[in-house]
Ligand binder design. Sequence first.
Ligand code: KG4
Ligand code: ZN
Length: 332
Amino acid sequence: MILLAIESSCDDTSAAVLVDDEIRANVVATQQVHEQYGGVVPELASRAHQQHVVPVVEAALKQAGISKHDLDAVAFTQGPGLLGSLLVGGMFAKTLALALGKPLIAVNHMRAHILAHFIEEPRPQFPFLCLTVSGGHTQLVVVRSAFEMHIIGQTTDDAAGEAFDKTAKLLGLPYPGGPHLDKLARQGNPTRFPLPVGTMPGYDFSFSGLKTAVLYFIKKETAKNPDFVAENLADLCASIQHTIIQTLLRQLRRAAADQNLTQVALAGGVAANSGLRQALQDEAVAQGWQVFIPAFQYCTDNAAMVAITAKFHYEAHDFANQLVSSDPRLKL
Ligand code: KG4
Ligand code: ZN
């Protein structure tokens, strides 16, 4: 089985080739154009996808040593994401599948983040609990099979990635701020500045209070000392990161206990956060969990996770037709 997968839901254009169980290529072109605007500009994102999609697909096929005529199916991200971005990958995949006379597979981006755990060993067994934390989503999901997933908790306002990016912006860090904040936090004291942990009923999350608290705290301290942020940058980063991690862990702990699940998986771009990865490993020891965290390149947006998800669809003979439309609000 040879699958080509294309991911274009946000600001990364990616193509991957899966041969049986093995990812032979996973090429990602990250768009730099958004950095100067401090956030993803949808119109620029779709234009950049148009420029990148052909060279990225060609590079993936070349790296895998595969001709497009060898493909058994072409998969693409149907949603959720930015409509203009999704349309570029979707139209490309449909056209290629039509021209080659190959089946088409439509993949849900959020499922793909979760099923990224099946790319490499160790792979979790169904059922497991997955915390998906990205720039657009924060979801606690009970994963019963590749096709049966139940969201039991989610954010009521900002996503965890947004909480990182927006607070990092307040500290004057470049966009996207998450990785910068993570790096600086390593030298800081996480308990130096106590910040509010958003408390929500059930397994839901709230991060907008943290952003506001950081904004007012910085304003107050900067009025007394204009260099407050610069002088305390590492401690501010560590304290913010600690608060986000504690917010995530509290709900995760409760959900795992209530659902009686001991396999706990982390997915999405924020899974790259070194503090979160370490905290989860520590929690695993304390709670007796088995923790699964994909390799870094499979946490952030990538087509390998779309390819592995497409494999489940392929094996279930679950194909899309040419009438399938991109859906920016596609549900899990
Ligand atoms: O999954 P992803 O690549 O794209 C979305 O679908 O959103 O996630 C991107 C998010 C951004 O908010 C980015 O700042 C965050 O993941 N992120 C991190 C780290 N690496 C990426 N946040 C905290 N620490 C990191 N090391
Ligand atoms: Zn994503």
